[in-house]
Design a protein around this ligand. Structure first.
Ligand code: SF4
Length: 202
């Protein structure tokens, strides 16, 4: 059950380059909605777990994006699927932006999106109703057994989805060689790297 709000707690928002996955290299305005109850031990935005941040209306968010000149908007978290995002997506799409979602899919997804990135988490696996909404399936690989876990989950995806494996940043040296071999043997998968970290941008 998702929470319906007219204003959302926003931890941070910024205009940058999408570093990961299918849209890597494109400029985008990121809005990080606070609140997450998934609890991944390796999470690199633990400050986003608490939802006690100033709230912003969707119209305020649209003003931020308009001022930046961005065309693409990434709604991320935290875990945005905690909230009912129908109204948010309706207003952003009416305003003419490309609207992309980054989620673990832990709760039932709401709203109409131009691109849905589902990054599954072992602590709270995706809600079964979300599989057919996925455009991009991006699995963060922390340990080698995550590769088999990713393969099993991918059986739920629609044919149109793009599949990515991304090494967890602090374990890249250990897991990247395994991912490279895996992708050579399983060519439905591609590798995603966190290129924004190499570029030293948020
Ligand atoms: Fe962090 Fe995302 Fe996991 Fe939440 S779902 S703990 S924000 S990595």
């Amino acid at each position: 059950m998702t929470t319906h709000l007219h204003e959302f707690p926003v931890m941070e928002h910024f205009h940058t380059i999408q570093g990961e996955g299918h849209h890597a290299g494109k400029a985008a305005y990121f809005i990080r909605i606070a609140g997450c109850d998934v609890g991944c031990p390796w999470c690199d935005v633990k400050e986003s777990w608490d939802d006690q941040y100033p709230k912003a209306s969707v119209q305020t968010m649209i003003e931020w994006v308009k001022e930046s000149g961005a065309k693409n908007v990434v709604i991320t978290g935290g875990e945005p699927s905690l909230y009912d995002l129908s109204e948010l997506t309706q207003q952003f799409r009416t305003a003419g932006f490309n609207l992309w979602l980054e989620t673990s899919g832990a709760y039932e997804l709401t709203g109409e999106w131009d691109w849905v990135v589902l990054s599954p988490k072992r602590r709270k696996q995706p809600h079964p109703s979300n599989w057919n909404k996925v455009d991009e399936f991006k699995v963060v690989v922390v340990r080698p057994p995550d590769l088999e876990w990713a393969s099993n989950l991918a059986e739920n995806l629609p044919d149109s989805a793009a599949w990515y494996l991304q090494p967890e940043w602090s374990r890249e040296e250990e897991v990247l060689p395994r991912i490279i071999n895996f992708v050579k043997e399983n060519p439905d998968w591609s590798i995603s790297l966190q290129t924004h970290k190499y570029m030293r941008i948020p």
